[in-house]
Design a protein. Sequence first.
Lengths: 401, 264
Amino acid sequence: MFNPPVPHRHAARVLIVGGGGSGAALAYDLALRGLSVLLVEKGEFTSGTTGRHHGQLHSGARYAVGDRAIARECMQETLILRRIVPQAIEYNGGLFVALSDDEADYGDSFISACLEAGIPARDAATEKARAWEPALNPAARRAVWVPDGSFDAYRVPAAFLAGAAALGAELRAFTELVGIELRGGRAVGAALRGPDGREERLSFDYLVSATGAWAGRVGALAGLDVPITPAPGAMLAVKGRLTDMVISRLAPPGDGDILVPQRGLSIIGSTQRRADSPEGILPTDEEIAYLKGRAAELVPSFADAPFHAAWAAARPLAGRASNDAEGRAISRDFAVLDHADDGVAGMCTLIGGKATALRVMAEKAADEVCARLGIAEPCRTADFVLPSWRALGAFAARKEA
Amino acid sequence: MRFVLYVRNGEGYSELRAELDPAMTVLDALESLRAAAEGGAKPAVARVPHYRHSCHHGSCGTCSAVVNGLESLMCLTRLGELAAARPRKPGAAPEPPEIAADGAVIVRIDPIRRGALVGGVAARPDEALRAIPEWLGYLRPAEAIDKAELEGDPTRQATGEVLSGRAPERVRFEACIECGLCSSSCPVSVPFMGPAALAAMNRGRERGEARAEELLDSAAAPDGAAACERHLACSRVCPQAVYPGKHIQLLKNALASLAAKMKA
Ligand SMILES: Cc1cc2nc3c(=O)[nH]c(=O)nc-3n(C[C@H](O)[C@H](O)[C@H](O)COP(=O)(O)OP(=O)(O)OC[C@H]3O[C@@H](n4cnc5c(N)ncnc54)[C@H](O)[C@@H]3O)c2cc1C
Ligand code: SF4
Ligand code: FES
């Protein structure tokens, strides 16, 4: 039974805008710290980037060479998530596979970087790797085992939302933030458009925009220039569970280099381009063909597996315009942008880098929110097993009754 | 190709006429139409009614709807399928598409039945899942045919992972994505837990869940397995080949043999 104690209830009211993984985990964290939370999401929960992500529970191995700290954080978070949302994770480990001598050589620095980051990567003889996963390309030169897994992009954040709801947080889907009221350089009120189209005004003590690729648009409601550009990435799913393990290319991170199994599907991703709007993004034929070719390099039978679906999700890219060549992907880390220096206090923007890191990202954002509100409560989200995502629907039904 | 979408909006329908690629899914069509309506005089949601979606690849179960009379996931139903002959209800013979006076293929989208309606065609299948106990698991062993056993994993200990009391090797999610299409299609009119919940219960027994007996107890309720009239619409519309009708029959069999044992 999910029933964590909440020692102190605080009057401070926080409005969270965005019901993706970031907003969901933040709502749970703040509710557990005893704050009064209202979360609004303009569509269904997780209908933004979160529900559409690739579904890889990152051990951090993918990032180890580039950034040990991020890799270490991923490892810690995957262990915590496997403990607090066990039923929404298909944990079967992963293999990084080299297909050339160069890639095989890269394996040495890859393994030592993983070990430095606390990720127990180890060489697996290629015959052994192929015995584990017979679908692997027989030309594999080297294989490295890592503790990667798959997770349900919808059910993990939904479990966080269910936890938040159980603690009294108010969660409203199909409710869009359409205006921000400023008073004396401070964000103090919101205009919300509910499911029936009616607008409502509401005041708050602090606002967090957890709106990912939409952060620029939401910032503009407060007259802010939040430099975020939507950058769609495509994914392709074929029918058939070709592997149980997550299969990645043993090479520096690139496009189409991760094959993630999930239920009866195998999914290759992803790519990256830029767009003017995060709405209605679709994968291109070129992206789909490219992904298919890349997947077949890792697992040749992918080429003949029947098509299931292709879709795209929008990354929030740092940079002002879709033609800004200076843009840097916030694809691994996350950012809390405080807007006090831009002339708007009482509000911050939280940009999530990885769904795997939703809990720790929310922890850091909640620390920041509490500091601004002068509340001293520790984060306890790693301490409790979350309720089932099914409790979210049950909770909504109870509330309507 | 020309399409006209009638999307349920309260008592009536919103009419959306557009030239669309038949390879597009119904969900992609709604998404594109909404994106195109952005920046107009009215909010985009006023033109394109509410709909639910999340994964866009048939894994979350949120985009369930009734499309031209048939329970469907909008993210896996292509417009081209709707421009060809297709059954208008579960198990019926395929019928040619309805064509409007201007030659557009008619696509009618209604919310699932027995759902909690939010607005438009957005309805949550809460009722179809209500009887599933919160403790019921969602992981099952993966079919590890011809695959060598995985070796000791140092991270398993850190998380204390267990599946049904056994040390897990390869796991995967249950096939059911909790979309509620089965309950929507079910013609039973007496109080009924519904196919999704009963299938989940029987899967729990098959997996050997520790509290399997409780599952059989729940299925024995008057609104449990006994209420099923074997129309089998559920098994026809299920996008995940769960065959809920089969699971209900297995529950009935288990209950019957339990009753026989009690008598003896
Ligand atoms: C192609 C791709 C593949 C990925 N694969 C993985 C992976 O395998 N593993 C992993 O860990 N991570 C992955 N990620 C990263 C992960 O998806 C993101 O880090 C994460 O989903 C971000 O969540 P979020 O809540 O910050 O954003 P979002 O999920 O986008 O949430 C923002 C929400 O705000 C809502 N919103 C916007 N404007 C308003 C408004 N005015 N009012 C109310 N609501 C509003 C939107 O509808 C949206 O739901 C991937 C990302 C991409 C793009
Ligand atoms: S049994 Fe099939 S139709 Fe019913 S909820 Fe599960 S996936 Fe959907
Ligand atoms: S959007 Fe997830 S099943 Fe269709």
